[in-house]
Design a protein around this ligand. Structure first.
Ligand SMILES: NC(=O)c1ccc[n+]([C@@H]2O[C@H](COP(=O)([O-])OP(=O)(O)OC[C@H]3O[C@@H](n4cnc5c(N)ncnc54)[C@H](O)[C@@H]3O)[C@@H](O)[C@H]2O)c1
Ligand SMILES: O=c1ccn([C@@H]2O[C@H](COP(=O)(O)OP(=O)(O)O[C@H]3O[C@H](CO)[C@H](O)[C@H](O)[C@H]3O)[C@@H](O)[C@H]2O)c(=O)[nH]1
Length: 331
């Protein structure tokens, strides 16, 4: 029995593969390396298929060869700003490609999927912390594609008995404590790595996208969650589905504390000891002002407890990776 991880060469996928392997799972990775890194796969030492999830015939062969019972599905495009500029790329690679993957699963009798959803499904929330039962109304195409996939999964459970656990991550950050894997998006657009690249002297400054939001200091507030805490939630979700529980369920994953962009810069100055220049810039299209999770459902249902909850620990973990690997996975 093994777990097939799509997007396992990417940031959160590679950390989840490491977590699953450390807990004795047989894992196989499928990734087209569009944004992932072969260096991450080498570090993990698991069977790897360099292919697209839309190649359904190959997928069916792999399901059968590795006796796959569960898919953990990270493969996607996931940049809020890019999705506003080029929405059709997102409907194709997220919605349509996931449709192909689900077809292959149904045809092969693979019944469990853990899906990477996002806080972006909520849009501008009516209240924080956000509960899973709160309204979903994405403010950008990226969030809309993830919500559409959640709905595909609802209907697929009803029609084919395909079980799904959808993990709605808030903002992932940090790196593996021992293995040489960490965050390396190209181009990097995420706040914490961008700020740390300023500390490394690779960028002159960080642009603060908007300082006129309705928040304490006017900058956007997010709930940062360590990537290894996300990884452990996937392991627990797999256990839940294998135990016969889990039907078509969604869980928020965050720490329940919001930090503004300015606070992230401030904490990063403290952790790195560098001055980190920040300049005000225009708002980025599609950004909600404030996203903070209530994760009490994940805690009570999955038995999930984040281990690296405070922002200083999360930034320090990311800083270790960036200092040791200033060029990320290299070329
Ligand atoms: N990074 C975050 O803060 C965050 C927050 C919420 C949700 N998510 C979701 O988590 C998942 C992983 O995010 P990440 O930051 O690790 O991204 P990432 O870009 O590092 O990883 C995505 C991986 O999927 C692969 N991929 C993309 N399309 C593919 C396809 N059609 N076929 C095969 N492989 C394909 C890429 O090569 C890459 O390795 C995504 O689904 C994203 O939407 C991320
Ligand atoms: O150079 C930068 C980069 C980001 N920001 C701001 O920092 C905050 C965090 O931005 P990120 O790009 O790091 O993360 P997002 O909140 O846009 O999105 C991330 O988390 C979301 C869930 O909350 C999605 O799932 C998405 O995949 C993932 O990239 C936002 O307010 C953004 O405007 C800046 O001010 N300057």
């Amino acid at each position: 029995m093994s777990v097939l991880v799509t997007g396992g060469a990417g940031y959160i996928g590679s950390h989840t593969v490491a977590e699953l392997v450390a807990h004795g799972e047989e894992v196989v990775v499928v990734d087209n390396l569009s944004t992932g890194h072969s260096g991450a796969i080498y570090a993990l030492g698991v069977p790897f298929y360099h292919m697209d999830i839309r190649e359904t015939e190959r997928l069916r062969e792999i399901f059968s060869r590795h006796a796959v019972d569960t898919v953990v599905h990270f493969a996607a495009n996931s940049l809020v700003g890019e999705s506003v500029q080029d929405p059709l790329k997102y409907y194709e690679n997220n919605v349509a490609a996931t449709g192909r993957l689900l077809e292959a699963m149904v045809e092969s009798g693979v019944q469990n999927i853990v899906f990477s959803s996002t806080a972006a499904v909520y849009g501008e929330p009516a209240r924080v912390p956000i509960a899973e039962t709160d309204a979903t109304s994405p403010t950008n195409p990226y969030g809309d594609t993830k919500l559409t996939i959640e709905r595909m999964l609802d209907w697929s459970y009803q029609a084919y008995g395909l079980k799904s656990i959808r993990l709605r991550y808030f903002n992932a950050a940090g790196a593996h404590p021992t293995l040489p894997i960490g965050e390396d998006h190209r181009p990097e657009t995420h706040l914490i790595p961008v700020v740390l690249q300023v500390a490394l002297g690779q960028r002159e400054h960080v642009a603060i996208f908007g300082d006129d939001y309705d928040t304490e200091d006017g900058t956007c507030v997010r709930d940062y969650i360590h990537v290894m805490d996300l990884a452990s939630a996937h392991r627990l979700a797999i256990e839940r589905m294998r135990s016969g529980e889990g039907t078509a369920e969604s869980f928020n994953l965050g720490n329940g504390t919001g930090f503004s962009v300015r606070q992230v810069v401030e904490v990063s100055r403290k952790v790195t000891g560098h001055s980190i220049q920040a300049v005000n810039a225009a708002r980025r299209a599609g950004d909600p002002a404030r996203l903070v999770a209530s994760s009490s459902l994940a805690r009570s249902t999955l038995g999930w407890t984040p281990q690296f909850a405070d922002l200083e620990t999360i930034v320090a973990s990311a800083w270790n990776w960036h200092q040791a690997h200033p060029q990320g996975f290299g070329e």
